[in-house]
Design a protein around this ligand. Structure first.
Ligand code: SF4
Length: 494
């Protein structure tokens, strides 16, 4: 749920090892070091982060209902609080304890829940997810390793996960317990001897050397504090390339796309991308571009923003159901004029029927509905299942969708895409005059975060009135970007 932290900043050598640093260091020692030794001011949490915290708290509150009364040590892990944590677990009267800060050597951890049983403690990690994942086992294994290193015997390990069957007002519990003792104890056995070793590495004066690998693909430090000068277009920039293959190439001395031998077996999309990198230019596939002729006028360009909560406070909505709450529709006539229509329902009381009726009205007369991914199709199908009276109209709309993404994937590549076909990556190359810069909400994570905060009651009416126009502006730009991208694709030489 939360990580231990201190009120006052401390020197890197004095800071204890925390879970995120340890687990990231297992993937890349340099990444662990960079995390432990941050530079500059920490970025203040945006709406996306705040929503994740709020959601974690909401699920944590349910864990307190599930495990019952206990000592609650939420709060900053100051030295006094660490001492209090030790006192609490040493007190034979403590049966259940929440978020107790524990220290062992130079490592600290904070079990979400500790339950005293015969012979030791059951350690429970509370997760805002529905099913077991490998990373959950590793998260819990770190906590268990520190608990054991702190000389507290561990007799059980559990995940408390969101119950997919839970509904507001129903009789199902919000969380379900999953015993993972065997896996977690085995993994913690591997972690125990590494705790001090990793702390030694992340507190050393020099960062470990950078080593290119598949994990660099999504590393936040690449280009900023690591591999600042390249290599340009490393092999993991090939679209949809498997990590194992990337690591095999790098182990064999091939780090850049241009070094790949012609004989390497690649998909058509990967070959197109390689051609773009090798020629350092835009390359196109005329056959794939010809699919644009399937778009019938008048065309609409549609984008949804959605709301998805672990424990949605709305009747009949399942955990992590994805509710469409906002649409933007640009409509283009055969003469080339565009008109815009939009709707954003209040996430605090999302009326999906109002949303669907308004959307169907807006789509009347539109022949092809252009989207950029399969997301809108899935949401229309979800709405059709939920609203039988509107199902035929919604299914018909889903049948008129034209997904621009596979066309872009198969038809266009440019070195500056860096292997990504997201509209935000493609747009600066094909429509450079259109930009998301300057928008207060400029990405999906923060848009979803704002909606989630409103739904969880963390955004009052005044703040909602302030941010609502920003959400509208963001979604509107997404669909206008599609209009312009379509024009740019049509103008490409065949
Ligand atoms: S870019 Fe690669 S080598 Fe550098 S810190 Fe990230 S994962 Fe490690």
């Amino acid at each position: 749920m939360t990580s231990p932290r201190s009120d006052a900043p401390r020197a890197a050598t004095e800071r204890p090892l925390i879970k995120r640093v340890f687990l990231d260091a297992l993937v890349c020692l340099r990444r662990g070091w960079l995390l432990h030794n941050p530079e500059g001011d920490r970025r203040p949490p945006g709406p996306g982060d705040q929503f994740q915290f709020a959601q974690g708290h909401a699920v944590g509150d349910r864990a307190r209902e599930l495990f019952g009364p206990g000592v609650d040590l939420r709060g900053p892990a100051t030295a006094e609080w660490m001492a209090e944590g030790r006192r609490v677990v040493d007190d034979a009267q403590t049966r259940v304890a929440y978020e107790v800060p524990l220290a062992a050597g130079h490592a600290v951890a904070r079990p979400d829940v500790l339950v005293r049983e015969a012979g030791g403690w059951r350690v429970i990690e509370v997760k805002s997810g529905k099913s077991e994942k490998t990373e959950y086992i590793d998260d819990l294994a770190y906590t268990v390793a520190v608990t054991r290193a702190a000389e507290l015997p561990v007799v059980g390990a559990e995940l408390a996960l969101v119950n997919a069957e839970w509904r507001l007002g129903g009789d199902q519990p919000a969380l379900v317990r999953l015993d993972v003792t065997e896996d977690v104890l085995a993994r913690s056995e591997e972690f125990l001897p590494l705790l001090e070793a990793v702390h030694g590495i992340v507190t050393a004066a020099e960062a470990p050397a950078a080593e290119l690998k598949s994990a660099c693909r999504k590393c936040e430090f690449r280009g900023a504090r690591c591999f600042v000068d390249g290599p340009r277009h490393p092999v993991f920039e090939l679209p949809n390339i498997r990590s194992r293959r990337v690591d095999e190439w790098i182990a064999g001395g091939i780090t850049r796309i241009r070094e790949l031998p012609e004989t390497e077996k690649l998909t058509a999309v990967q070959q197109l991308h390689r051609r773009a990198v090798v020629s350092n230019a835009l390359v196109t596939d005329a056959g794939a571009l010809a699919r644009l002729a399937e778009i019938e006028e008048p065309a609409g360009y549609l984008d949804f923003e959605t709301l998805s909560l672990a424990l949605p406070p709305f009747p009949g909505v399942a955990p992590f159901d994805v509710l469409p709450i906002q649409y933007s529709l640009h409509r283009r006539t055969a003469e080339g004029d565009t008109a815009h229509r939009e709707l954003l329902v209040d996430p605090a009381a999302p009326d999906v029927e109002e949303f669907a009726r308004d959307l169907l009205d807006a789509l009347a007369g539109v022949r092809s509905i252009v989207v950029y991914s399969s997301f809108e199709k899935q949401r229309l199908q979800w709405l059709a299942q939920r609203l039988p009276a509107l199902a035929s109209g919604l299914e018909a709309a889903a049948g008129r969708l034209f997904d621009l993404l596979p066309v872009v994937q198969a038809a266009v590549a440019h070195p500056e895409f860096h292997g990504s076909l997201s509209i935000k990556r493609v747009l600066p190359v094909l429509v450079p005059e259109l930009t998301y810069a300057g928008l207060e909400i400029g990405d999906g994570e923060n848009a979803t975060g704002v909606a989630g905060l409103r739904a969880l009651g963390r955004l009052g009416d005044e703040e909602w009135a302030r941010v609502r126009p920003q959400l509208l502006a963001y979604c509107k730009l997404d669909t206008f970007a599609m209009v312009r991208l379509h024009e740019a694709l049509r103008a490409l030489p065949r």
